[in-house]
Design a binder for this molecule. Structure first.
Ligand code: NAP
Ligand code: MG
Length: 462
């Protein structure tokens, strides 16, 4: 796609007030592939005013009409699916097949789910002598990361549109081209001017201005826990609603009766997907001591197969960060059984698929989110020990349990402090609520629970 030298505000592409520019880099070959404006506080203000002005009209638009726009948006995304996949590959670096199968298909499925939910959701309910109205929360300030560039946008914009909210989006500076494509699709779908606005820019400038803007009613943020904490504080001080999708350090718990080879192979695939840049990745594999040696060997073999398959990390900064964690793992006494801190290619921000064995629960690589293709394998003595380790981080976003039977796995999953658990290799469900326990976040995305984040209730008594 061709980069827009403009911001999408009030239904049109308009030049930014500021002349600052973001250079978009292809992380696979380090070439500059486009330039987009780095919007500032003035641009954010213009966008929020447009969203505010469009709010009464969109909020009053019948849900069936909002559903029709979402259906059209879904159609516009489908029509552009090759362009979306190509753009995600160019700016994120993920292999084209993965961009097609996940980065493009997943948000298209989510857009479809909200077209349907907008049409079927009960925006009014009766409770005794009351009628409860589910009204839009207002203007949404959405701040998204680069790791699933389109999905993270659609997971906010689609339910916000379904609810009758208007939106200002500040996407990640590393992946603004996908966001521009999304804005084009919104425009084609006939969404009225001002309902969706895009301000590309950098976090501490445009992102912060958006989070702080008094015209924003809800800040919906996905990204690091460090920035999420700041945004939560700003929103709290202004008594503004806030939704935070933050980091994770999820556990893949393999109980003794499980199909060990399958659990390990699926677990390694889960961590290596998207070069490990997945907030819900199962980066801690927990294995019973009797099966530990076998699991480590299986994991090392599986990881080696990804050496030529995974893409680079998104940026030189992320590459440095992840290599720093690998060095730290070695320094703290973990045993490298695959990969390592070296750079596998001359060009591009690649990191080798890396597996650490003999990892203990207190090590930095067990506790902190690495956000790269790095798996840690921990040994447990018994189920109580496994549970302690699984729940032993500040995070609680996702996880997996493998056991001989479903019941045994479910019994363990019930005791995990986490927002989502895959049972014996369960499949992704775009309607299931997604979000964190503990410091992994506040609120839920996807399905009807995700829609509820953008609604507030008004009770009428009769
Ligand atoms: P980040 O800084 O939290 O970025 C997320 C979004 O917030 C981006 O749009 C970012 O803008 C914006 N932002 C940054 N500082 C801000 C501020 N002060 N006020 C408002 N918005 C702000 O995450 P990152 O730097 O891309 O990645 C750092 C680490 O975060 C990763 O290594 C990973 O551990 C974690 N992470 C988690 C997720 C997740 O899905 N949970 C996703 C991405 C990253 P810029 O693009 O300009 O920075
Ligand atoms: Mg950042």
């Amino acid at each position: 796609m061709k980069a827009h030298d403009a911001l999408y505000i009030d239904g049109a592409w308009r030049p930014a007030a500021d002349r600052d520019v973001i250079e978009v880099v292809n992380p696979a070959d380090e070439q500059v592939i486009g330039r987009v404006p780095a919007g500032g506080a003035l641009d954010v203000d213009t966008a929020v005013r447009a969203a505010r002005a469009a709010l009464p009209g969109w909020a009053a638009t019948p849900p069936a009409e909002r559903a029709a726009r979402l259906t059209a948006l879904h159609g516009a995304l489908v029509a552009r699916k090759d362009e979306i996949a190509g753009t995600v590959t160019a700016e994120l670096g993920s292999p084209l097949k993965f961009s097609e199968a996940v980065h493009t298909s997943m948000p298209i499925a989510v857009a479809a789910s909200y077209a349907e939910l907008a049409a079927t959701h009960a925006f009014e309910e009766k409770v005794g002598n009351s009628t409860v109205l589910h009204e839009p929360v207002g203007v949404v300030g959405a701040i998204t990361p680069w790791n699933y560039p389109l999905h993270q946008i659609v997971a906010k914009a689609a339910p916000a549109l379904a609810a009758g909210c208007t939106i200002v989006l500040k996407p990640a500076e590393d992946t603004p081209l996908t966001a521009q494509l999304f804005a084009e699709a919104v425009h084609e779908a006939g969404v009225p001017a001002g309902v969706f606005n895009l301000v590309t820019g950098v976090g501490p400038v445009a992102g912060q201005a958006l989070a702080e803007h008094p015209g924003v009613d809800l800040v919906s943020f996905t990204g690091s826990t460090a920035v999420g904490r700041q945004i939560g504080a700003v929103a709290g001080a202004a008594v503004k609603k806030v939704a935070l999708e933050l980091g994770g350090k999820s556990a893949n718990v393999i109980l003794p009766g499980a199909d060990l080879a399958r659990a390990v192979n699926v677990g390694v695939a889960n961590v290596m997907a998207n070069s490990g840049q997945t907030c819900s990745a199962w980066t801690r594999m927990l294995v019973h001591r009797d099966q530990y040696a076998e699991a480590v060997e299986l994991a090392a073999t599986a990881a080696a197969k990804y050496a030529d398959r995974i893409g680079p990390l998104v940026s030189a900064r992320q590459q440095e960060r992840v290599r720093g964690y690998i060095d730290k793992g070695v320094a703290e006494g973990a045993r490298l059984v695959a990969g390592g801190p070296g750079t596998p290619h001359e060009r591009g921000y690649f990191v080798s698929p890396t597996v650490f064995a003999d990892v203990t629960p207190d090590m930095t690589i067990t506790q902190e989110e690495i956000f790269g293709p790095v798996l840690t394998i921990l040994r447990y003595e018994d189920e109580a020990d496994a549970l302690r380790i699984a729940n032993g981080t500040v995070y609680g976003l996702a996880g997996a349990v493998w056991a001989a039977g479903e019941e045994e796995a479910v019994a363990f999953a019930r005791r995990m402090d986490t927002g989502q658990v895959d049972i014996n290799g369960g499949r992704f469900n775009p309607l299931a609520p997604f979000g964190g326990y503990k410091q992994s976040g506040v609120g839920r995305e996807l399905g009807s629970h995700g829609l509820a984040e953008y609604l507030q209730t008004k009770s009428l008594q009769f």
